[in-house]
Design a protein around this ligand. Structure first.
Ligand code: RP5
Length: 170
């Protein structure tokens, strides 16, 4: 079994592995990366297709899981197999992001969310890259009080902004 560590651009061990099926998915998935950066979560971003690079995907999942990654975020469009293929190869939590590459993303949504019992994929909205990252942060925060505090502060700010001056329109 491979024991190589996966590191982010700053050389920190990645806690989240952000995967996508094609380079064309990057504009959407950069939003997940931005949220993870905001929370200071070390992560890696890779293009790996379930069907075009299945062997490399398998090797990556093994290396990432044994190297300290705790959550996978997997994004794909069309007949989106990536999240399910990763979930089949690890017991770590897998968050799926269906992408709107065709059919407004309904094809990818159903492919990602409709996993048979036993191999779940926690699926966010079509193109929901940011929510995938927030969910990953929430999972990591379960055993990291500092991250939990940051997430709570983020939510509090959102509430304050939504309520504005006592909820009155400005
Ligand atoms: C999926 O097919 C990818 O995730 C992408 O969303 C879609 C189209 O891929 P490209 O033809 O742009 O490489 O596998």
């Amino acid at each position: 079994m491979s024991t190589s560590r996966t590191q982010d651009s700053l050389g920190q061990d990645s806690l989240v592995s952000v995967l996508m099926g094609s380079r064309s998915d990057l504009p959407v998935m950069e939003k997940a990366s931005a949220v993870l950066r905001e929370f200071g979560v070390p992560h890696e971003v890779r293009v790996l297709s379930a069907h075009r690079s299945s062997k490399a995907l398998e090797a990556h999942v093994e290396a990432a899981a044994s190297g300290g990654v705790e959550v996978f975020i997997c994004a794909a469009g069309m007949a989106a197999h990536l999240a399910g293929a990763v979930a089949a190869r690890t017991i770590l939590p897998v968050i799926g992001v269906p992408l709107s590459a065709s059919l407004c993303g309904f094809d990818a949504l159903l492919s990602t969310v409709q996993m048979p019992p036993g191999i779940p994929v926690a699926t966010v909205a079509v193109d929901g890259a940011r929510n995938a990252a927030y969910l990953a942060v929430a999972i990591l925060a379960l055993k990291r009080p500092e991250l939990a505090a940051k997430l709570k502060a983020f939510r509090d700010t959102m509430t304050m902004e939504a309520e504005g001056e006592g909820g009155r329109p400005s």
